[in-house]
Design a protein around this ligand. Structure first.
Ligand SMILES: [Zn+2]
Length: 284
């Protein structure tokens, strides 16, 4: 992959014609590598509505017209929540938002060794994992009008998913009739490659250094800019993860800077579905 230099200028020239303020040139790959903005954990507050922080990021996506890919915790779709339903419908109508499945309850459970906490799909048998997919898909059909086609497993707990957990989740992903995409929480492995080669499910893997947040919960545009260029060789996309409900005003300002960078430099921002469609066409 050939790199080229492109200036990233934050401010215009002063009247004198001398550059008043500019950041150093950022090296951008050619072609530009598309990104997916994968934001996790949409749910409701006690009042049955999404939080002000969620509204802030979705308002911003609609105002700036960029694609946002939102992980819904499916049990938030249960019951009658008019404000939440209206919020989700408005986002769907915008054509800028893709919802994906981020677990039924995102709960941490203790059904295992004493003292250990497990994420929702860790240390759970196939039948239980399948049940959680099925009730969530039913809710998606009822409240979003269609089942989820993309899954990003929730984290949490202090225990990594075991080989048996991966085996069970892979079986459920292979069987769920609607599931086409898996936002993999790690680099592509042998099990994922095998699932993908069967043709139903595409796996979108991660490069952890290229992210919205560095460290977790802290948007960091400087780290992103550096890592985006550095890790571009050999990549066709990057899945960038964020947690908008964890962003106070300072973290929000950093996220806005990251979006400024993406939009100023015309880095494509796609949904998972758009990305997969683009991957099926060869690189020119
Ligand atoms: Zn999560």
């Amino acid at each position: 992959m050939i790199s080229r230099l492109r200036p990233f200028v934050l401010a215009a020239f002063a009247c004198s014609g001398v550059a008043a303020f500019a950041v150093p040139e950022a090296r951008l790959p050619a072609p530009l590598i598309p990104v997916v903005l994968k934001v996790d954990d949409l749910s409701v507050r006690g009042n049955g509505a999404a939080s002000a922080r969620w509204k802030r990021i979705t308002d911003f996506a609609l105002e700036r017209k960029f694609k946002l890919s939102i992980g819904i915790i499916a049990n938030s779709l249960e019951g009658d929540k008019p404000a939440y339903s209206a919020y989700l419908k408005n986002l769907q109508k915008s054509g800028l938002i893709e919802f994906w499945f981020h677990g039924y309850d995102h709960g941490v459970h203790k059904d295992g060794e004493p003292g250990k906490d497990y994420a929702e799909f860790a240390n759970r048998p196939y039948e239980e994992q399948k049940r959680r997919f099925e009730i969530s898909q039913k809710l998606a059909v009822e409240k979003l009008g269609a089942p989820f086609t993309c899954f990003g497993p929730p984290g949490g707990g202090n225990t990594q998913a075991s080989d048996a957990d991966w085996e069970a989740t892979t079986r459920v992903m292979a069987q769920d009739p609607a599931m086409k995409l898996w936002l993999y929480p790690k680099a592509l492995d042998e099990r994922g490659a095998k699932l993908q080669s069967a043709g139903k499910v595409t796996i979108l893997d991660r490069v952890y250094q290229v992210n919205i947040e560095q460290p977790l919960f802290v948007p960091n545009p400087e780290k992103f800019i550096e890592a985006y260029a550095k890790h571009a060789p050999g990549r066709r996309y990057f899945i960038l993860q964020g947690h908008p409900d964890q962003w106070d005003d300072a973290r929000w300002a950093a996220f806005v800077k990251l979006i400024d960078y993406l939009q100023t430099n015309h880095i494509p921002i796609l949904t998972p579905s758009e990305l997969v469609a683009s991957l099926s066409t060869p690189v020119s």
